[in-house]
Every structure is written in C-alpha cells, then in structure tokens.
Ligand binder design. Sequence first.
Ligand SMILES: C[S@@+](CC[C@H](N)C(=O)[O-])C[C@H]1O[C@@H](n2cnc3c(N)ncnc32)[C@H](O)[C@@H]1O
Length: 214
Amino acid sequence: MRQQPRPPWAFWDRIARKYAGRKIANPENYQATLTRTRSYLGPEDKVLELGAGTASTALLLAPGVGQYTASDFSAEMVKIGQEKLAADPCPNLRIVQGAPGDAALGDGPYDAVLAFNLLHLIPDLPAALEDSARRLRPGGLLISKTICIGHALHMRLLIAVVRRIFGVAFVARLTPHELEAQITAAGFQVIESASYPAGGRSRYIVARRGDGDL
Ligand SMILES: C[S@@+](CC[C@H](N)C(=O)[O-])C[C@H]1O[C@@H](n2cnc3c(N)ncnc32)[C@H](O)[C@@H]1O
C-alpha cells in the first residue's frame, strides 16, 4: 500500500520542542535584524507575522507596536508560542494557527507583514506574496529575512540530502535577485535589501506595497 504523503507541517510539528529550545545561531545578526525591523515599526502599527515559529521574535517586537498577530501553520509551534505567551503575557499579541491565504490571519489592513526564515519554505511563493500585499494597507511594509540558497551544485545536493533525511517538504533555491524579483512582481517596491552577515546567505528585504488596487 502506498503511504500517504506527510503534510508539510508534520516536520515542523515534530521538531517544534527542539526548535523552541535551540540557541540563536548568531545573536549579533539576530539583534541587527530586530533593530532594523523596529526602525520600520510604529507604536500604533498593526502587524502580522507569518511563520512565527514559537513566537520568540513576536514576544520581543509586540511591545513596540499597537497590535501583533503571530501566525504559523504548525499546531505544535503555535501551542508552544501560546505557552510562552501565558508565561510572559503581552496584551497586544495574539498567536494563531494559519498559513498565507488562510482566513485565520485576519483581513487587516496591516501596516506591516513580517516573515523571518520563511519565504524559502513556501512552495507557491507568488501566491503568498500576493496574499501579504492584499492584507497590507497601500504603503504598508513587507519585512522579510530569507535564506537564499541559490543554484550552486553543492547547495542543491545539500538541500536534497537535508530534505530526504529530515523530511522537510520544500526548500526553494532562490538567489537574492530572484527573491527581489518575485516580491516586486507581487506589487511591492524593494526599499532595503542586505545580507546579514555581509556576504552570507540570509537576505533581509524590506518592501513597500504600492498604492494601486490589487
Ligand atoms: C525556520 S522556522 C522560522 C521560525 C521563526 N520565524 C524564526 O525565525 O525563528 C519556519 C517556520 O515557518 C513555519 N512554516 C513553514 N512553512 C510554512 C507555511 N507555508 N505557512 C506558514 N508557516 C510555515 C514552520 O512551521 C516554522 O515554524
């Protein structure tokens, strides 16, 4: 009998507790990302975070904005996030289970949509970016940090091995330029794009939603 394919969130459900307990790989880069991101957010802003994991970043950023919705498609990640929120209450933070396109993410309009270490994991990225654009007000910001693996043969092999061993459903092999092009095609104007650390594979991109109808 053929096995049913596992849903894409099964991997994340399985590793959620471990993920929650892991140390931040590069605290300096993480702080730089938080500082840059805070510089774009205002105290009244309504913010949506996609792929928020166990809400570690949400708990740090939410006190500086008006309303913060942290979302993730993994029920386990959301559960751990809610446990952390119960232990460290933050009245303007809500944590919901959902993926781009889901009603659970709320209609907005949001002032900012955040996606850290997520966009390379989404199979239909154009649809997810268009969904984010629709949830933002005109002029609202998409703030993202994405691992841009690119097309080098050794990275393709590495990803194939990682997917096979760990059961990650999908990993896109984007260059920073390709990612920027997809963001632009979804109705955004890129206003910042930088690698942290310089020359590394993690690309921080901030893009503004255009004024036109979507
Ligand atoms: C690499 S982790 C990043 C978590 C957190 N943003 C961080 O930077 O630590 C990716 C997260 O995105 C979630 N995720 C992966 N694909 C997703 C999708 N299509 N929709 C929503 N969440 C997704 C996973 O459950 C996981 O929590």
